[in-house]
Design a protein around this ligand. Structure first.
Ligand code: HEC
Length: 219
């Protein structure tokens, strides 16, 4: 019993420490990320059209986008030189990306699980750019001060709440897409899981009925 209490309090302490660490890392905007196919498809278009100038998603193929409900024509419309069966790799040569930013932009396939609260991290990062001075020459980022990545969705340039809301919606859709990309088979796993549980319920019922029959003969 005492050991159990020690263990439980250790777990509680660990959980609190994690919470404190997360909040010290900079205020994440704790938005809910929608997992609808529409949000994911809009996110996919932004990621291919904008983010892939610099980033790759090496674990995802263009053809995999069918799993978020995209039609073959929708996918081929996103392609430049690539084939639908190719991996989603940036077409900008790696040396150029490295030279421009001093480092190779990280692969985005697993970004939603690589950071704590990954989806919120991505959302916040994209909507945390601001101009360092009134001259509006250089931007920085509240979540990631000194980041080498430019303000790609032009959040710092937004002049009205409407414009900001539009960019926030884009950041949301990008996060939603990257959540899918980090675990593309989650959906089919959930479907299979439902069937497995249904099967177990039926099996349990049948075994129960069988047991009753066998025992009734014994009485
Ligand atoms: C012009 C090039 C460029 C584009 C376009 C670009 N990025 Fe980046 N990105 C970078 C670079 C460079 C880094 C590395 C930044 C650093 O470590 O300072 C980076 C880093 C990141 C990171 C990791 C931040 C962290 O916490 O370590 C995320 C997430 C990210 N980008 C998401 C995106 C998304 C989503 C898009 C599209 C909406 C995008 N990027 C478009 C260049 C780019």
């Amino acid at each position: 019993m005492r050991r159990l209490l020690v263990l439980l309090s250790a777990v509680a302490m660990f959980a609190t420490a994690q919470g404190v660490m997360a909040s010290a890392a900079g205020a994440l905007k704790m938005v809910d990320i929608d997992s609808s196919e529409q949000a994911r498809q809009r996110g996919a278009e932004i990621v291919v059209g904008t983010c892939m100038m610099c980033h790759s998603l090496k674990y995802i193929k263009f053809a995999d986008l069918k799993e978020i409900g995209m039609k073959e024509e929708q996918i081929t419309a996103l392609l430049e030189d690539q084939d639908i069966d190719d991996r989603m790799l940036s077409l900008t040569p790696i040396e150029i990306r490295k030279e421009s930013y001093g480092k190779v932009p990280p692969d985005l396939s697993l970004m939603a699980v690589a950071r704590q609260k990954g989806p919120q991290h991505i959302y916040t990062l994209l909507t945390d750019y601001y101009y360092k001075s009134a001259e509006q020459e250089e931007t920085d980022n509240h979540l990631f001060p000194g980041i080498k990545m430019p303000d790609v969705l032009a959040y710092a340039d937004a002049e009205s709440d409407d414009e900001r809301a539009e960019i926030e919606a884009q950041a949301h859709d990008v996060a939603s897409f990257l959540v899918w990309a980090s675990d593309p088979s989650a959906e089919s796993r959930r479907t299979i899981g439902k069937y497995v549980i249904l099967y177990l319920i039926i099996l349990t019922t049948l075994l129960y009925l069988l047991k009753r029959r066998v025992w009734s003969k014994l009485h």
